[in-house]
Design a protein around this ligand. Structure first.
Ligand code: KMH
Ligand code: ZN
Length: 287
């Protein structure tokens, strides 16, 4: 089998959707020099990760001082530049940083990305609190429906799964018609990143939903292996992990995608091409 036929999905099992989350809002550039924080760095990373097997890019951006920002002009430029340079599905974070106000997080959709994250509840987040009260969730969800932006439901805890059921019951299906979730595991304050918890969370998801899983920090490998064995998809990247192995910093996002793609290949579930991912998630190609 060639790499191309594998990416086209001619494999023994269902192909694996790989999302890369290259930057996040928490790491500091001075501490993590390989973190992509400028638009040029982000575009280079996006190209490398697409070549390595990613189909979706989950984007947080930084300002001129490398601090997290939700500046709308910068977000628009980012969506445009990543679309020009790659065929990746462009998913903007509406989570931002824990300090971002709700209005700025809602305004992210005005950059008209293909997709966005939508966290289904408040969660302790290390020493901070990541706020997602019901009123904010419903307003954001209604805006994704109005704008035709496909949401990915971020689930940091089992209670978030219950909130997702309530959201779908009260507001109806998402843009694109398909429910896709991301289990974010191992955040201090959220659900632990282990196989038993992953199985429990997956068993509670809405019927027909697809899912990926993300293990923060040292839970990245156990969560990735559990997700592959349970039929899930993968999210990796320096938003979630800045250490490749004990004592060895990540050199760049592409090596995290390469490792995920290699493990997916071993599981006979090679990386899914962006075009197939668009079909799976119901994301139109706006380019
Ligand atoms: N940075 C976290 C506070 C998301 O992107 O939607 C929230 C987060 C989730 O990363
Ligand atoms: Zn994020």
């Amino acid at each position: 089998m060639t790499a191309d036929s594998a990416r086209a999905g001619k494999a023994a099992g269902p192909a694996t959707l790989i999302t890369v989350a290259p930057t996040g809002a928490e790491s500091v550039k001075a501490d993590v020099p390989a973190l992509p924080v400028t638009l040029d760095e982000l575009v280079i990373t996006a190209k490398e990760c697409a070549a390595a097997g990613a189909a979706v890019i989950h984007i947080h951006i930084r300002d001129a001082d490398a601090k997290p920002t939700l500046d709308l002009g910068r977000l628009r430029d980012t969506v445009h530049a990543v679309r020009e340079a790659t065929d990746l599905i462009v998913q903007l974070s509406t989570g931002g940083a824990v300090t971002d106000p709700y209005e700025s997080r809602l305004a992210v959709l005005d950059a008209h990305p293909d997709a966005c994250s939508l966290t289904c509840g408040t969660v302790n987040f290390g020493d901070d609190v990541f706020m997602n009260p019901w009123g904010f969730m419903t307003e954001l969800y209604a805006k994704t429906q109005a704008y035709g932006v496909v949401p990915e439901f971020e689930l940091f805890d089992l209670g978030h799964v219950a909130a997702l059921h309530r959201l779908l019951a009260e507001l109806g299906p998402p843009a694109g018609g398909h429910v896709h979730c991301d289990l974010v595991m191992g955040v201090p304050g959220g659900m632990p990143g282990d196989a038993a918890t992953l199985v429990q969370a997956v068993s509670a998801l809405p019927a027909g939903a697809t899912w990926s899983a993300t293990g923060i920090g040292r839970t990245t490998l156990p969560v990735m292996l559990a997700a592959l064995s349970a039929g899930g998809h993968l999210r990796v990247g320096m938003e979630d992990t800045v250490t490749f192995s004990r004592g060895r910093p990540v050199r760049g996002n592409a090596e995290l995608v390469e490792r995920a793609a290699a493990l997916a290949g071993l599981a006979q579930r090679p990386p899914m091409a962006p075009a197939a991912a668009r079909v799976l998630l119901g994301v139109p190609d706006h380019r």
